[in-house]
Design a protein around this ligand. Structure first.
Ligand code: ATP
Length: 510
């Protein structure tokens, strides 16, 4: 900032916390007189760095945080609390309503003002299939559109538009001079200009651009509040148990309400099912794992029995029940591949963090609104106190992890990310059969014996060969020969691109 003019410097000073960050964390763009934006107050340029726009509505959960609506402007005053920034509301309507004007906000709910990310039509690096999914939600009408980063071309963009129930995709070309265009006939300096032009006239597009695609997939904040980032042993009286959602081997799961404001899921553990110290050690890691396809651990109550594990709430419960309930009447291959791809994406993140799930199965995947699937219960199997007899019960045909567990993990009791890949193959079987019990009619002992003779689950009826081939790769006898989750994720995300019978679905407009 050596050559910044003194008047601008005076104006920037209050914003300084935005630019002073710990090493390794993202740094706001450097403010120069070139990129400072229009004046506010009149004669002083308004720096972009600390002004943000809300991407989604947020309802305050504690007395210290701030409610806002999508589109509201906020000035961020402090970015040091990770995931929760301290901000000031700049909307006069909030001031008028007697609402709090300063407080904490979840940082993943805002984008820098006047940046591409703040545009309601910019959806970032989403896949084409995801763009179609989002545009096809009810609520969007012909003309609804979004711009996304191109999957195939680094630095490129694509426009996806809904026309009469079909999604069309256009490559936005970038000329050598940096302009954006669909054809050289008409070029634009910025994507905003591009959008503004095609919302006025169709000019060769299949339809004039209408409203931006609705952003229905609201991200969950990573914590209950800025306080529970570090203090996540919370008072159990702050959690009300409202409705029992289900039960498992080790306890019950309840829908709960934290601080009278925030819906959560509460796992209540049977006394003695784990050593609180072992659990806390594991929970420390679980809490730090953050990915949109993993159930977020929010907080725990371990000081007395029953231990509470407080997590993100998923409205549609377990994938196993979800598959069984609809039994193919509503769920089709595109959705089944999407489920698999989302789970693989969460698992690829665990793989990148050198973390092992140990109990991956459809019962441990949860279903949220708008076809969101997330991996739950990762790492918990490690801390549950179980008799090996219980887990590896071999005599009866009951729902036991043995049918999901890789043979080498059963033999040596050592789990690895590659034994998770084996389980993922069994999960694919559950997905494609709408939640059938794998190795139906066989006991655990029979399964183990048959697997050692190279037997594998047969290709289920209606399972495409391409899908079955992925399952077989996961069941390679040699763990090293099994694919990585990263490779599985790519393969599943591109599933329909490599299948020529689906090439029409690409809908690229030349
Ligand atoms: P196991 O104990 O053998 O792992 P499980 O995974 O089915 O079996 P739980 O994890 O205790 O058992 O979950 C029981 C049920 O509670 C699930 O099947 C699901 O329907 C519901 N459930 C669990 N976690 C959540 C959540 N975060 N949101 C909504 N529902 C949940």
């Amino acid at each position: 900032m050596g050559n910044i003019c003194p008047r601008l410097w005076e104006y920037l000073k209050p914003c300084l916390p935005c630019f002073v960050r710990e090493a390794g964390k993202p740094v706001a763009p450097e403010v120069t007189t070139e990129n400072a934006e229009s004046p506010c107050p009149p004669e002083a340029p308004r720096p972009r760095g600390c002004y943000f726009v809300a991407l989604f509505d947020y309802q305050a959960r504690t007395a210290e945080d701030l409610s806002f609506h999508a589109g509201d402007k906020l000035q961020v005053l402090d970015t040091s609390p990770e995931g929760w920034w301290f901000a000031r509301h700049l909307e006069t309507r909030a001031a008028g309503s007697g609402q709090r004007l300063e407080g904490y906000i979840p940082s993943n709910y805002v984008a820098e003002d006047r940046s591409l990310q703040a545009e309601p039509w910019f959806f970032g690096a989403i896949k084409r299939a995801d763009a179609e999914k989002q545009l096809l939600y009810s609520g969007n009408q012909t003309g609804a559109f979004l711009i996304r980063e191109s999957e195939s071309e680094k630095g490129g963009f694509a426009l996806s538009v809904l026309v009469e129930g079909v999604v069309k995709h256009y490559k936005i070309r970038r000329l050598d001079e940096g302009e954006f265009c669909l054809t050289r006939r008409r070029t634009f300096i910025t994507l905003s200009e591009f959008v503004s032009h095609y919302t006025k006239i169709s000019d060769g597009l299949c339809v004039k651009l209408g409203k931006p695609c609705l952003k229905v997939q609201v991200p969950a904040p990573f914590d209950l509040s800025y306080k529970t980032v570090d203090q996540w042993e919370i008072d159990r009286n702050s959690v009300q148990l409202l409705k029992r959602l289900g039960s498992g081997q080790f306890g019950e799961v309840w829908e709960g309400l934290w601080n009278n404001t925030t819906p959560v899921a509460v796992k209540t553990l049977k006394p003695g099912s784990m050593d609180p110290n072992d659990f806390l050690r594991e929970a420390q890691i679980m809490k730090s794992l953050r990915h949109p396809k993993l159930i977020q651990l929010y907080a725990v109550c371990t000081l007395e029995d029953p231990i509470y594990i407080i997590t993100e709430l998923m409205r549609h419960g377990s994938l196993l029940e979800y598959l069984q309930n609809d039994a193919g009447s509503k769920i089709h291959l595109t959705q089944q591949v999407d489920m698999a791809a989302q789970v693989a994406s969460g698992m690829a993140y665990l793989e990148s963090q050198n973390y092992i799930h140990r109990d991956l199965a459809a019962r441990n995947v949860l279903v949220g609104e708008h076809n969101i699937y997330k991996v739950a219960d990762f790492g918990l199997a490690r801390v549950f106190k179980v008799d090996n007899e219980d887990i590896y019960e071999l005599k009866h045909e009951v729902k036991l992890p043995v049918k999901w567990t890789a043979p080498e993990a059963i033999r040596t009791k050592k789990f690895s990310i590659k034994s998770d890949v084996w389980s993922f193959g069994v999960l694919l079987y559950e997905i494609i059969t709408y939640g059938k019990m794998p190795y139906s009619g066989m006991t655990g002992a029979q399964v183990i014996q048959k697997l050692s003779q190279n037997y594998r689950l047969p290709q289920p009826p209606n399972c495409p060969p391409q899908f079955y081939s992925i399952m077989l790769q996961c069941w390679s006898a040699e763990p090293r020969e099994r694919p990585t989750f990263e490779a599985l994720c790519c393969e599943l995300e591109d599933y329909f691109e490599t299948d020529s019978s689906y090439s029409d679905a690409n809908n690229w407009v030349k």
